[in-house]
Design a protein around this ligand. Structure first.
Ligand code: ZN
Length: 146
């Protein structure tokens, strides 16, 4: 991983942190889950609208550091329009990327912009920030599947 790639990844994180297109309240949703990362103070509420087993819409509200907010924003771009099973698989892929169980960039391309958080494992203090939204989604979807 060269400096240019690191810079590109930083730009993507910054962009999501500034735009936060998915940071809003949904008027219509079927799942709502709260996630909290006490080590940093990140706090998000995720809303998901499932219809016929598909993530029709999703959004988040809350506050926290740039990494936690950017990660939530990226995640929603990834899961929108996917089936619940695909969303669960992609969440697993993201968590595997963070744990470095999956490092192949071709395989990680499915994570779209969230691949920019690949190197967060170099900063252990930020890992919980990066995974907050994804753990929150996983909890919400697992409850749905019970
Ligand atoms: Zn944080």
């Amino acid at each position: 991983m060269g400096m240019e790639m690191d810079q590109l990844y930083s730009d993507i994180i910054l962009e999501h942190n500034q735009n936060q297109e998915n940071k809003k309240e949904l008027s219509d949703f079927t799942l709502s889950e709260h996630g909290h990362n006490p080590s940093c103070g990140d706090d998000i509420t995720l809303q998901v609208k499932l219809e016929d087993g598909i993530v029709k819409d999703a959004a988040y509200t809350g506050h926290g550091c740039a990494i936690s907010q950017a990660s939530a924003d990226m995640m929603i771009d990834v899961i929108k329009g996917k089936t619940v099973a695909e969303a669960m698989r992609l969440t697993g892929l993201f968590l595997d990327m963070i744990k470095r169980d999956v490092t192949d960039e071709d395989e990680l391309e499915e994570l779209e912009d969230a691949i920019a958080l690949k190197n967060i494992s170099n900063m252990p203090a930020r890992v919980k920030c990066a995974v907050l939204a994804w753990h929150t989604l996983k909890e919400a979807l697992e409850k749905e599947n019970k």
